[in-house]
Structure formats: C-alpha cells, structure tokens
Design a binder for this molecule. Sequence first.
Ligand code: SAH
Length: 210
Amino acid sequence: MTSQRTRDRLVKRLRDEGVCDERVLQVIGNTPRHIFVDEALASRAYEDTALPIGHGQTISQPYIVARMTEAVMMDGVPERVLEIGTGSGYQTAILAQLSPRIFSVERIQALSDLAKRRFELLGLRNIRLKYSDGTMGWSEQAPFDAIVVTAAPLEVPQGLVEQLGVGGRLVIPVGPSGDQILTMIKRTREGFETTELERVSFVPLLGGRS
Ligand code: SAH
C-alpha cells in the first residue's frame, strides 16, 4: 500500500488534474507521505485526500500541496520560503526538497515536535521550525521569496505581506469555512498583484499558541 507503484499512481492522478511542474511531481513521487500520518491511516496516505493528524488538524490534500508549490515556483526556485502551519510537515518536506532554506511556524507544539522527528528521519536539514502564532510571520528571518500559508484566515494578514521581498509570492487560502479562495499575492517594485487561483477547503488560521 505504500509502494513506489502506489506513489506513481498518485503522481499520475495529479498530472490528470492539471499539475504540470515536473520538479514538483518528481518530489511528490519520491516523498513517503505515509510517514506523515498515523500508522492506522498509512494505507490511505497515497489517496489524493486530506487526512486527520490529530488536534483537529489535517494533512493537506496532495493536489493542493502540488498547486501551492507550483504557484511559488513559477518564476524559478525561491531561495527562502516561509510556511505558516507546519502540521504534519508534509508540505514542508516537499518545499525542502526544492528550495534551499525553509522556515515553518506551527502553533501546536506536539505537531511541531512530531514533524521535526520526521525531517530527521528523512535527512532533511534545511528546515527551521518555530512554535508560535504564525499570523505575524517570522520577522527576524524576513524577507522571504515565498510564503505558503496552510490554514485559512478571513483576511490576508498584512504582517505576512510585508515580509515578502520584491518579486516574492504569498500563497494563502482566504475566507470562512466552506467559502475559501486560494489567493496569490505577488510583490512587485510598484506594489502588490493579487490573483485568485481556485476554491479550496482548509482548517482556519487561529490566533495564539495552543
Ligand atoms: N501543511 C500542513 C497543514 C496542516 S493543517 C500539512 O500538510 O500537514 C494547518 C496547520 O496550521 C495546523 O497544524 C494548525 O495548527 C496550523 N495553524 C493554524 N493557525 C496557525 C497559526 N496562527 N500559526 C501557526 N500555525 C497555525
């Protein structure tokens, strides 16, 4: 159930759904998603679906992980990437195989600790984690070439937008549960360009630490 053939089937499905960045597809095909979920769910890890990871949270659907990763790679590989919502660490691990430096913030300590162990297991050494409310980003490490937010606020937090470098992209689901749009904001020399990508369903971005 966790064989290379099963992973290849997932990649084919993502391709059929319109994911076309070969760099992203290759990394998804090589990443063992089953180690990012509870053992009881391992047999479902290569289905294109979100799955529970405890604490009321979910590991993102592979299609959405692929779309968000593609979106931030459109103008080339971003050097420094900030992720808000480490969760299982799956999206983080995908980014870490494509970009040199990843910073990821999570507000639930137990999830952050588990993710850290998974990165050690996979030998991913270019990830820095922080246990914190990520609504305000990670100012000490800014500016970022890309920011990926994996939980949905009602409105785009201004603090995050300000941590984008010129040419940088923020990809973020925005809106209430049941009515969210995956949104991309690009910082240009003149200001900001906003593009709406597609309807999505994410857990809410919450304030404070848990
Ligand atoms: N990328 C993760 C998605 C996990 S779900 C994965 O694929 O597994 C979203 C995560 O965002 C949850 O773990 C949740 O605890 C976290 N989160 C929600 N609000 C947050 C905030 N303000 N700061 C940091 N993390 C937050």
